[in-house]
Design a protein around this ligand. Structure first.
Ligand SMILES: [Zn+2]
Length: 264
């Protein structure tokens, strides 16, 4: 709208020298042109600055420190197997936590008793907790297989999303397995690719998916990631995450620099 008004005023101002009838309005139009230019340039510039400030970056395999990006915090997990070898990782594996909160999932994945971890967790409000540097092998895949590869921990970056997973329908609404009632607007009714029937699932939030996409684009560029998979793609006999509420194909399309569907 601003741009249209700006152009209309520009046309009025341009007619001024030739059309005497426009003389009265021309100085006003000229003023509006200048004001419009400031408005358009200002919002464009501010938008760019805002984006730049919030953009994710990786330095030495760590997302930028909290002081520069308030969405990121750290909690280092002892559950890892040291550094990747042979130009890896080249896959991203996505999970839902099936936990009750971002913090409780981070605590569990940093507890040696869990024997589980991941590189990052993304909360429902878009906040990120990094648990291990991206060049370290974490324990998120478990027993797994993809093409000729087994034990996908050795090939992949694990991203957990704070999400309760499949829900239970009761008489008075939808509940998580830990007995929390979920508002109907946050429930997605969908069929998992392994199921025959539609089931209720906890919805991912818009900001959570936006932050994930931004992170996947950055990881794809930094580590030459060739494929993004769900946990259910690599452990189909025992896992169902990230589930049908998650737009995996869309993420593969938008976030991979080079998509190799037949990656060996
Ligand atoms: Zn998983």
């Amino acid at each position: 709208m601003k741009l249209i008004k700006f152009l209309q005023n520009l046309v009025k101002a341009a007619r001024w020298p030739k059309n005497p009838r426009c003389q009265g309005v021309a100085p006003k139009a000229l003023g509006k042109v200048w004001f419009g230019f400031l408005q358009i340039f200002g919002s464009f510039h501010l938008g760019k600055e805002h984006k730049k400030k919030n953009r994710l970056r990786i330095k030495d395999h760590i997302l930028l420190p909290q002081t520069e990006n308030p969405r990121i915090s750290y909690k280092i997990t002892p559950n890892h197997s040291g550094e990747f070898k042979n130009n890896l990782p080249d896959i991203i594996i996505l999970h839902y936590t099936a936990g009750s909160s971002l913090q409780s999932s981070a605590d569990w994945l940093c507890n040696p008793e869990s024997k589980a971890s991941a590189h990052v967790i993304i909360g429902k409000s878009g906040n990120i907790i990094q648990l291990a540097p991206f060049n370290f092998i974490t324990w998120h895949a478990g027993k797994s297989k993809w093409k000729d590869r087994t034990n996908l921990n050795n090939y992949s970056i694990g991203i957990e999303l704070d999400n309760a997973g499949q829900l239970e329908k009761r008489e008075d609404g939808y509940y998580t397995w830990f007995n929390k009632k979920i508002d109907k607007k946050n429930v997605k009714l969908a069929k998992h690719k392994f199921d025959e029937e539609i089931q209720p699932w906890d919805k991912y939030t818009k900001i959570q998916l936006e932050v994930l996409e931004e992170l996947c684009k950055l990881l794809s560029k930094t580590y030459n990631i060739k494929q993004i998979l769900g946990h259910d793609d690599i452990s189909p006999d025992r896992k169902r995450d990230p589930g049908p509420a998650f737009p995996l194909q869309q993420l593969q399309k938008t976030s991979l620099k080079n998509h190799y569907p037949n990656l060996q």
